[in-house]
Design a protein around this ligand. Structure first.
Ligand SMILES: [Zn+2]
Length: 155
């Protein structure tokens, strides 16, 4: 087959789209950076949350109940538990999670309230006063007055 003008044009178009492809790659990179952007990393939030539980022992279900306020994604939940164990915040034993203690959430300094229209991250109730836990990874909330006690491990 003899290359015709349209074929050459095709060639030019495809090389043009090749360089566009490179630009797309760069675009994807910055999109990933954005994903890590202002929203706190759910794994960091979850690990910190587990590190601050007041109960010395929890069932896995109770721990997952807390983690579910951060993520309902099973893979992320597993990652949070793995990471918390790796960092020594928890020990897992036959369905029981033992917290190794450390930083309990201090109500005075680490729980903040805000007025506004929130829905509780744990039960979904509409609340006008939202309770937020201040974690290094970011603020975690909002929660209603009862759920904040659950999440901090007070109840
Ligand atoms: Zn609630």
């Amino acid at each position: 087959m003899v290359p015709t003008r349209p074929a050459l044009a095709q060639l030019l178009i495809s090389s043009a789209s090749d360089s566009e492809g490179m630009a797309d790659d760069l675009g994807e990179q910055s999109a990933e950076d954005e994903k890590r952007g202002p929203d706190p990393d759910p794994v960091e939030l979850g690990v910190e949350l587990l590190s601050k539980l007041e109960h010395p022992e929890l069932t896995v279900a109770e721990a997952v109940d807390r983690i579910e306020t951060v993520t309902t994604h099973p893979a992320t939940t597993r990652k949070i538990l793995d990471e918390a164990e790796k960092r020594g915040y928890i020990e897992r034993e036959e369905g029981i999670i033992k917290t190794t203690g450390g930083g309990y959430v201090s109500y005075q300094s680490e729980v903040v309230t805000k007025e506004g229209d929130f829905s509780c991250r744990r039960c979904g109730a509409s609340i006008s006063t939202g309770y937020f836990i201040k974690l290094d990874a970011g603020e975690h909330g909002a929660f209603g007055p009862e759920c904040i006690r659950k999440v901090t491990g007070r109840d």
